[in-house]
Design a protein around this ligand. Structure first.
Ligand code: PLP
Length: 400
């Protein structure tokens, strides 16, 4: 059975051109770019080109790019660096809906004498700039806020936030892992000081990411060792990964406009058709300020995991909002922060598209979803009864 892959916010397929570009650096050109000989030196030249390709995607200078192993490392490095750069400041502002790569660092910093403000979001997952303004003080070292949410696709007004952050002299870090390749970015005209991106979310392989650090922003490395990355991230370069990320950046820039227009159309058709055909469901997230490839839909009175298992029988890959670890019924922290009703929290599904998504794939999802939902609801004794459904959930927990 062929796969219909609609889980591109979790990870993406490596583009064929990207694989072709990196293969010679796995097979033939294995020299160390720091070596004195020509064999290594030619690898260094290829790295320079790749760095220019990546810098071009976000409108940065190549000297402002630091390669990392992943988005998580970029987030960790940025947060630590910002705090070390201004050691007298002990306050951090972030949001309740960040990726764990930011939230869990902040939680640990709270145990190390830092105070952290977690900004709230409204029912559409959007921030309140007045709350941000009220939270900023001269003690704020760092504001770290994601560009776009991985679960709902909600896009935050990053430049408006940045203007306020600058007034207080704090460092502004943005986790743009989901925005890169989906929203045009230009660091030259931006208020962002540091920006995280990750290769495997933009059709490069896993194991490579980058952190943009604006020239002039003080940076302290997370990893100490050799002089790689101008002493800002030690360790022999992931050469095939860097080459791959360069190629994928080139392709993202080339396809950005046409691909996002196409994805938005497909996404809107999927969303509108499902909403029209299936009763008691709604879109989670900001209806206008949203990534073009993402839709998160809450189907009331059923479990997201049950929907995923049914979709899986058709080879359809999607994701539920909930991090359903160790069989707990704990719903997603993002949807919970949005204050969604209990019944929606548990039955939410995310479809995330990419430039390889086809009309036929979307047709297939539209074809199978209504009957999946109908069948699951027929098995649920509490359909159309919020209180009863909730009680049933509590019973299920007690009997676990
Ligand atoms: C995937 C993701 C990350 C983590 O990136 P990795 O490369 O998987 O470590 C961080 N932030 C957001 C918003 C993401 O979607």
């Amino acid at each position: 059975m062929s796969i219909i892959y609609l889980d591109n916010n979790a990870t993406t397929k490596v583009a064929p051109e990207v694989l072709e570009a990196m293969l010679p650096y796995l097979r033939d050109y294995y020299g160390n770019p720091s070596s004195m000989h020509t064999f290594g030196g030619q690898v260094g030249k290829a790295l320079k080109t790749a760095r220019q390709q990546l810098a071009a995607l976000i409108g940065a200078d190549e000297s402002e790019i630091i390669y990392t192993s992943c988005g998580t490392e970029g987030d960790n490095a940025a947060i630590r660096a910002a705090l070390l750069a201004q050691p007298e400041r002990r306050h951090i502002i972030t949001t309740q809906v960040e990726h764990p790569a930011v939230l869990n660092v902040c939680k640990q910093l709270e145990t190390q004498g830092y105070s952290v403000t977690y900004l709230s979001v409204n029912h559409q997952g959007q921030l309140d700039l007045a709350e941000l303004e009220a939270s900023l003080t001269g003690n704020t070292a760092l504001v770290t806020i994601m560009y776009a949410n991985n679960e709902t696709g909600t896009v935050f007004p990053i430049e408006q936030i940045g203007l306020r952050v600058k007034e207080y002299g704090a460092i502004f870090h943005v986790d743009a892992v989901q925005a890169v390749g989906k929203i045009p970015l230009n660091m030259k005209t931006s208020t962002v000081d540091m920006l995280t991106l990750s290769g495997h979310k933009i059709h490069a392989p896993k194991g490579i990411g980058a952190l943009y650090v604006r020239r002039g922003v003080r940076f302290r490395p997370l990893l100490l060792g050799g002089h790689q990355e101008r002493g800002r991230r030690a360790g022999t370069e992931n050469v095939p990964g860097i080459i791959a990320l360069g190629k994928s950046a080139e392709l993202e820039l080339l396809h950005l406009e046409e691909a996002t227009t196409r994805e938005r159309k497909l996404r809107d058709r999927l969303e509108q058709t499902l909403l029209a055909k299936i009763p008691n469901c709604e879109v989670n997230g900001d209806p206008t300020q949203r990534l073009p490839n993402t839709t998160n839909i809450g189907f009331k009175y059923i479990e997201g995991e049950a929907i995923l298992l049914s979709l899986n029988k058709y080879g359809i890959c999607a994701s539920s909002g909930s991090a359903c670890t160790s069989g707990s019924l704990e719903p997603s922290h993002v949807l919970r922060a949005m204050g969604l009703p209990y019944t929606t929290l548990h039955g939410s599904i995310r479809f995330s598209l990419c430039r390889y998504t086809t009309e036929a794939e979307i047709d297939k999802v539209i074809e199978v979803m209504p009957s999946i939902i109908e069948r699951l609801r027929a098995m649920s004794p509490f359909t159309n009864d919020d209180a009863g459904w909730l009680q049933g959930q509590e019973q299920a927990l007690i009997h676990k």
